[in-house]
Design a protein around this ligand. Sequence first.
Ligand code: ADP
Length: 448
Amino acid sequence: MSEPPFRKILVANRGEIALRVVRTCREMGIRTVVVHSTADRDSAAVRLADEAVQIGPGAPRKSYLYPAMIIEAALRTGAEAIHPGYGFLSEDPDFAEICDKNGIVFIGPHPDVMARLGDKAAARELMAAAGLPVVPGSAEAVSTPGELVETTKRVGLPVIIKAAAGGGGRGMAVVRDWDELLPAFRTTRATARGVFGDDRVYLERYWENARHIEVQVLADNHGTVLHLGERDCSVQRRHQKLIEESPAPLLPPALRDRLTQAAVRGAAAVGYTGAGTFEFLVEGDEAAFIEVNCRIQVEHPVTEAVTGIDLVREQIRIAAGLPVSLTQDEVRPNGVAIECRVNAEDPRRDFAPCPGLLTEFVPPGGQFVRVDTHAYAGWQVPPYYDSLLAKVIVWAPDRDQAIARMRRALGEFRIDGPGVSTTSELLQDVLAEPVFRAGRHSTALLRK
Ligand code: ADP
């Protein structure tokens, strides 16, 4: 076996993704340090890591979003690199810069690239300049009511107002009537300021019946940029993904080529390195770029299932200066993979998160069923973080069999606890829905 690219990696995250990174590190012969809050001290990631360092209380600002504590833990334990997972500091160029200043490798793209793409209004412009089609909208951030009205007149209603610094489906408002335009502008700016500390917003034409299709790219420091095909993430609730799959059903091959080539061109144009995702909206024959995510994504396992590639392993290798471990020709997606997000949310209370003690937690099993979770019976789901409990990923030779396998797997999943409910029933309803089964759904599927 060859030498591991790093001796020790610190995982600056929690939940299922922290555990997922620890697993790949172990397979690569890399020791791991997991940092955690007091609320996560008994998590599965903490138990399975080689070392664990408590960095603060449950509130993210004082732990997972606190760079000084994380850097100190890395220096003290001798970690050479930091894997940021998703969310928290994963797309924060300042954090990447601080890592660099302390001689620690940040596993992700260069901070400059992250800064340019993290401003979603600027990213639109960059990609338009690289020749990618973008959703019609404002050229840059919209700062006055005059500009707002002007741009809306040009692109036409409905429009969506988005925070330039936004993410995670937050800081967005759809506007269908002129009366709603100014109030929506004000509330989005206020939310953007409050949540992201940056009140700049921009505007796009709202595509009512679009599919969300994204392309996974891998790029190294030796000039290789390749793609691992696409994922369809059109099953969403309030702009949050619930079910993802690869390949995208019924996507014409020519359109698939256009999207994957656009992503590769976009990544090359900005000097992207690492694993990244180019997101597009597709309506009929039209396709347009919306944003780039500079991190590993929640839904990456569907790509792993159809390509057989470990994306976290590639991220780590690339960060260590090694080349991507395969060529574009060697990427041969096979079969169909679907992922369902099982969240601790209460359908009777409009899917509000419902943290609490899990008294029963028995994940499904069987052939080609992967469950990524940090939970177990006896785990107290903390109230401070996102509601994701487990991701169920299935693979099958074709889509019908994959759907049948997912229904079977979700049916086996036993989760119980006082006050704890999940999205499982909603997921089952979608899987049984004729338009979903036909692969003809759009992001409008669960819109009320
Ligand atoms: P975030 O970074 O918060 O996830 P995105 O810009 O990726 O925000 O948008 C999230 C989701 O919102 C998309 O997947 C899509 O369903 C919807 N959306 C975003 N922009 C548009 C648009 N212009 N038209 C229609 N839907 C959109």
